[in-house]
Design a protein around this ligand. Sequence first.
Ligand code: GN1
Ligand code: MG
Length: 383
Amino acid sequence: MRWGVVQSKTNMTENLKTQDADNLVTIANKFTLQGKVTAVQAFGNGNINDTFLITLDSQEEQHFVLQRINTQVFRQPQLIMRNMCLFTEHIYQRLQYSPLSRRWEVPRVLLTKDSQEYWREADGSFWRAISFIESAQSFDTMGDRSHAQEIGYALGMFHNLISDLPPEKLADTLEGFHITPLYLQHYQEVLAKTRPRQSPEVNYCLQFVSDRSGWANILENAKATNHLPLRLMHGDPKINNVMFDTVTQQAVSMIDLDTVKPGLVHYDIGDCLRSGCNRAGEETEQWESVYFDTDLCQGILQGYLSVAKAFLTDNDYAYIYDAIRLIAFELGLRFFADYLAGNVYFKVKHSEHNLARAIVQFKLTESIESQETTIRNIIRDLK
Ligand code: GN1
Ligand code: MG
């Protein structure tokens, strides 16, 4: 399922158990200032948090997004909410001051009736509400080239709108996020404690990681030596986190803002491209069909640079290829380490799910590596 427009009123318990739906209505009511909750649906396909779409009988806000933050992953979820309030307010002010000539929306934090940024249940679960972008939808895989350009534009616009907010204003809500050498270290620790079941797939992954471990610190080295500056980033700009207007088919928003924090814009560029240029999608099990589409890469980068050219330096361009290769590899490594650790981080549908996901990312990395010259030429020609 992807984020999309609600076509019709759904039954309150359509995809939830009655008791769960009742609890969710009670929690949703902590946030709603107007209107009655008329429906609750499980929503989106996130790997970490639990997401629900709430429908109201209000004229003003017809829907909102209710989420339970995974506090095993985000240990200080209140910092996420503080960050979100800070940067969404910053963007809102900027857009008031210099409006764009096209539709662009920023999800808003909805406060509780007591004006709090979140609601904590007695069992410790952490809930928050975010405004819903109406008349918009997202996609799990890429359509045509203009779709690719819009995805790139959305990331560029997002970076642009936070580029004048000093990175140190935002808290680090997920330490180690996208620091590849730390994922590698964690993987090695897990590996030392586990005896993975031998199979051609597991052996492929073990060899794949081992062959690339010397290179995994390329972006961290660039950061440490000031070749790449610390900036604010989105953290998770994968294709289905970009919302498209259902009529104009233009990108109108970037959602999933939990990981907006100090980092490298290269993590985002890499994540956006590894996700957008994989036509088979990250959940496929047809590994032989996974490849990196360089036409889509050209489209995304063209859209991105149409906005980001203004703030990128020569060094930034020099590391774009490595970022694409690294973030695909890193996600494969994260999935594989989680498979070895017993699936403790990413939600899974079956015990081999993270292994399958890892292979997709490693196949994608191979495809990126085999097209290095083409990708570097695309970057050079767009500069
Ligand atoms: C996770 O939960 P979701 O789907 O928005 C993960 C991302 C991965 C992504 C892969 C906080 O995002 O880093 O790229 O899965 N988020 C976190 O689909 O680890
Ligand atoms: Mg996310």
